[in-house]
Design a protein around this ligand. Structure first.
Ligand code: UTP
Length: 408
């Protein structure tokens, strides 16, 4: 793309202000800005005003989970099926580590966050230890894909390298970068982060498979004959990935996908609940729970939407290849976006000043024909670290680590 083409593209989307400081930039900065304009998807920005690509919810109904007593009764059968798939090289782990972790308030990638007290214990170190437990049990390596973003790619790669991948064989580790989305004001005008840089943020955790395709990782998946991808969040320090029992439960029941769930503490808890939506599996976000959904009971008198997702899903690669062609609903998030003002001065807003646009992995469940909501013991597998203190914080995760005998 050259300057004229960039100007023309911006004019099409009403974003001419992006070139306002162009003449003040060095040649290198000019080239970088033109590349950014070329690569940026401005077609999202009309959503700032009309929200037309946002989600329209269908009819929500309950979807029963596979609960712990049933899982325990069938543990050996599930585990054997899961281990067989792992040993056949059909399963890989994908950690979604491209987020900004703004609530945690650290400039480092979340995976590097140290929750140790007497010695360093990094979030990703704990997760790799858990993956190594499965490697040991299966007696074979498991391909491990790490999704990063522009904001944390170099730091994440360097960190893992410096720590020798915490004992994981680097021949089985691949990194790929997710895409970024522009951030804009309420009128849909993109903010400028610097005179030569549009403000962008990672485009949510829903684009992970499309990014695998775009970056060539899908070729690796095909070459290796991987059929199942277990995608999970980086910020749960007790996350159990490539879990043979979970994988086996999906395989043995013949369902298209699976999602690990925990019993909610209260119906209002801030986790997405597994459900049916227009007859297909889906996840209703906690902020979309109406009073009726919150009050609904199943035939045992338990809350009907009682199982919350913990961002640990198993998908079949061939299904993902089909659904990646469809657009996921857009989540329009009101956020604080740092920018430069008319005088070129940097501003760090203290309240939300615009929108970021994200797609979410949880919306992929609705694209699948069937799903196993697979219950796990909350205290053993769910210690999310979202905030510095309070709920889902380092403190609460430390407490859960102690309960699980993890030395900090
Ligand atoms: P969150 O939704 O908690 O977002 O991510 P975040 O960016 O980590 O934190 P906040 O909201 O800014 O405080 C849930 C999971 O999805 C990943 C995160 O890394 C985490 O594992 N994620 C999120 C991505 O990989 N990419 C994204 O664009 C967003």
């Amino acid at each position: 793309m050259n300057y004229e083409e960039a100007k023309e593209k911006l004019a099409r989307y009403g974003q001419e202000h992006v070139l306002r400081y162009y003449d003040e930039l060095t040649d290198e900065e000019k080239a970088a800005l033109i590349t950014q304009i070329d690569e940026t998807d401005f077609s999202l920005l009309h959503n700032a005003k009309d929200h037309s690509d946002a989600q329209v919810r269908g009819v929500i109904e309950p979807l029963g989970a596979m609960e712990i007593p049933e899982i325990e009764a069938r543990r050996d059968e599930f585990e054997a099926a899961g281990l067989e798939a792992i040993r056949a090289g059909k399963v890989a782990a994908v950690v979604l580590a491209g987020g900004m972790g703004t609530r945690l308030g650290s400039d480092d990638p979340k995976c590097m966050y140290d929750i140790g007290i007497t010695h360093p214990v990094y979030i990703i170190e704990r997760q790799i230890r858990n993956l190594l437990d499965v490697v040991e049990k299966a007696g074979c390596m498991i391909p491990y894909f790490v999704m990063t973003s522009d904001k944390n790619d170099t730091a994440t790669r360097n960190f893992l390298k410096e720590h020798d991948y915490f004992g994981y064989d680097p021949d089985y580790v691949w990194f790929f970068k997710q895409e970024m989305a522009p951030a804009c004001d309420y009128e849909g005008k993109v903010y400028m982060e610097e005179k030569g840089k549009i403000a962008t943020s990672p485009n949510g955790n829903g684009g992970w498979f499309a990014s695998m395709e775009r970056t060539g990782i899908l070729d690796v998946i095909h070459e290796k004959g991987i059929e199942w991808l277990n995608a999970y969040s980086v910020d749960n320090v007790l996350q159990r990935m490539a879990d043979p029992v979970f994988i086996g439960a999906v395989l043995v029941t013949g369902r298209a996908c699976g999602g690990k769930v925990v019993k909610k503490v209260v119906p209002e808890e801030a986790v997405g609940a597994m459900c049916l939506e227009d007859g297909r599996p889906s996840i209703v976000e906690y902020y979309d729970m109406t009073p009726e959904l919150l009050a609904a009971k199943d035939d045992r008198g338990e809350p009907a939407y009682n199982f919350g997702v913990i961002l640990n899903y198993l998908f079949r690669v061939s299904d993902l290849e089909d659904v990646v062609k469809n657009r996921l609903p857009l989540h329009i998030v009101n956020k604080k976006i740092p920018y430069i003002d008319e005088n070129g001065e940097p501003v760090k807003p203290d309240k939300p000043n615009g929108y970021k646009f994200e797609t979410l992995i949880l919306d992929m469940i609705h694209e699948m024909s069937s799903c196993v909501p697979f219950e796990v013991v909350r205290e053993k597998e769910f210690a999310p670290i979202k905030n510095k203190t309070g709920v889902d914080s380092v403190e609460s995760a430390r407490e859960l680590c102690r309960l699980n005998g993890i030395e900090l």
